[in-house]
Design a binder for this molecule. Structure first.
Ligand SMILES: *[C@@H]1O[C@H](CO)[C@@H](O)[C@H](O)[C@H]1NC(C)=O
Ligand SMILES: *[C@@H]1O[C@H](CO)[C@@H](O)[C@H](O)[C@H]1NC(C)=O
Ligand SMILES: [Zn+2]
Length: 511
């Protein structure tokens, strides 16, 4: 996709697409996984081609028929065909590849939903989240993630799907597909720059929240500046995505895992380091019983891409997350988002979280009560980069450290019990994994999760401890599922060095 400030003819757009959306994106990622010993630890799932029926879950018949003809077109016809769409190119092989890519996502969903694997990631290209019902767009032919979501609903009876699109571009194809559907919650953050960045759509803005019954189930977080950092990404997860996601309570999480949102990427121009994806992945793995299917989307700096892919895989494999780094400034995570904070207005239909409501009416001018954030935002505004600084930044080479080495301990959990107490039954994992009434029904419960996400977690990340100590008293009224969530979420800190003290009245109570 092209930067709007550079003027490209259609022809040069296609050339640019060919230059950055390259096969090496996959080979380099795969090599990095091999080198880090991660491939051996994964179950490899065979790919299949998506069938017509799969593709028609999302796309129109006319469009499918048109794409089917591309392998037999002359070069001239292909060029002509390509030109009716935006920023996409058709190679004679692309129909076959597109079917494989969509099929790969479906295989992953099948394996996760039937419990054969806990989670997974499909390494595919080209990406899919821009393609629409009847049109290819932005390097994308079929919208794999959308197909996968429909498929999971139809084939596996999944009731609620959360799609998290952390790619730096807006997945407008996914938004269009589900904007009136309350069973799919679509979240996307994206470089926006007040509609100057591709795909330059009004409907990528914060106030597009879905339509009809789907109102409130579409969340756009448009970044109006480049250079977003780890803090910004975590803030949005803590204060925007996760509170809503917990209330939504998905049965399956699909991730449009684009790593053009990472540092060094020529499209995104953001500054978040690859290790942040370990944390984002970990936070999502606490949802939907851990059923997370990630599908590769963008990511055009091969170094940053490969590092980010490895970070994501390693977390999916269950290794402790690395210590968070580059979380700048005091309280940066607590209340402030460096975006123009007026991005979120969600219909009250679903979201009653105070914090989100607060955000929706938020503008730096009327924030007298939150001194810290007021200051912070003023600072940010004063920092507005001049054109000159931007230009300098573009010419200088961006460097970042290698992500920290991750540990994968062979014993993850130990239990300490008094003499005479049998261990085996007592130390099995919490059985009641289904967080169904997690939020909503009991007010005190939702208050706890809200406090955890909005306060404990941001403070924890800011403080960056080496050990997390959790104490549970006998009469605490936290339900098992919330307790489970608490432990899961807090394990993102201190490289999972977590000590839990549970005081029980009688050992019979220990489950
Ligand atoms: C999505 O569909 C495209 C065709 O647009 C395909 O080539 C690609 O591999 C798929 N991507 C994903 C994320 O499955
Ligand atoms: C990726 O980033 C590195 C480090 O800044 C740089 O050397 C390399 O040229 C970048 N590659 C691309 C494709 O931007
Ligand atoms: Zn992208």
């Amino acid at each position: 996709k092209t930067h709007p400030s550079k003027t490209h003819s259609d022809d040069s757009m296609n050339k640019r697409a060919c230059k950055i959306e390259v096969p090496e994106r996959l080979t380099v990622s795969h090599e990095a996984l091999v080198k880090n010993g991660l491939v051996d630890r994964c179950v490899s799932v065979p790919v299949r081609e998506a069938t017509d029926a799969d593709i028609l879950l999302v796309h129109s018949e006319e469009y499918l028929e048109a794409v089917k003809k591309t392998p037999f077109m002359t070069l001239e016809d292909l060029m002509e065909f390509t030109q009716q769409y935006g920023d996409v190119y058709f190679h004679p092989n692309i129909y076959h590849c597109a079917k494989l890519a969509a099929g790969a996502a479906l295989q992953l969903v099948d394996n996760v939903m039937t419990g054969k694997v806990r989670n997974g990631m499909a390494l595919v290209r080209p990406p899919g989240h821009h393609s629409m019902r009847s049109a290819a767009n932005g390097f994308c032919v079929f919208n794999n993630v959308s197909i996968a979501a429909q498929y999971a609903k139809q084939k596996h009876g999944v009731e609620r799907v959360l799609i998290v699109d952390w790619d730096v571009h807006h997945g407008q194809g996914v938004q269009y597909c589900f904007e009136d559907d309350p069973s799919v919650l679509y979240f996307s953050w994206h470089r926006y720059e007040h509609q100057k960045f591709w795909p330059q759509l009004r409907e990528s803005d914060y106030d597009c929240v879905g339509k009809a019954k789907g109102a409130g189930f579409n969340i756009n977080v448009p970044w109006n500046k480049v250079g977003m950092q780890n803090t910004d990404y975590l803030s949005v997860f803590f204060h925007v995505l996760l509170p809503v996601a917990y209330e939504f309570c998905p049965d399956l999480v699909l991730v449009c895992a684009g790593f053009d949102a990472a540092i060094g990427d020529p499209e995104g121009e953001m500054c978040a380091t690859p290790d942040i994806f370990a944390h984002l992945t970990h936070l999502l793995m606490n949802l939907a019983d851990g059923k997370v299917c990630a599908v590769l989307e963008g990511g055009y700096n091969l170094t940053s891409l490969a590092q980010s892919v490895c970070q994501t895989f390693q977390t999916l494999l269950g290794d402790p997350t690395p210590l968070p780094v580059n979380l700048d400034g005091p309280s940066a995570l607590v209340l402030t988002l460096k975006v123009d904070c007026k991005f979120l207005r969600i219909s009250a239909v679903l979201y009653c979280f105070h914090f989100i409501k607060y955000l929706s009416h938020f503008s730096p001018a009327d924030l007298p009560t939150f001194e810290l954030s007021t200051k912070r935002i003023k600072v940010v505004e004063e920092e507005e980069r001049t054109e000159k600084v931007e230009e300098e930044k573009n010419t200088e080479e961006i460097v970042w450290p290698d992500p920290p080495k991750r540990v994968s301990p062979c014993v993850r959990t130990a239990v300490v019990l008094p003499d005479g107490v049998d261990c085996p039954d007592g130390c099995k994992r919490f059985t009641d994994l289904h967080p169904d009434p997690l939020l909503g029904k009991k007010l005190d419960t939702s208050g706890i999760m809200q406090a955890v996400l909005g306060l404990v977690l941001p403070l924890g990340y800011q403080y960056n401890p080496d050990l997390v100590l959790l104490v549970r008293m006998p009469d605490c009224r936290i339900s098992e599922s919330v307790w489970q969530q608490l432990i899961g979420i807090l394990q993102g800190l201190a490289q999972e060095h977590t000590l839990v003290l549970m005081q029980v009245k009688q050992f019979g109570q220990l489950q």
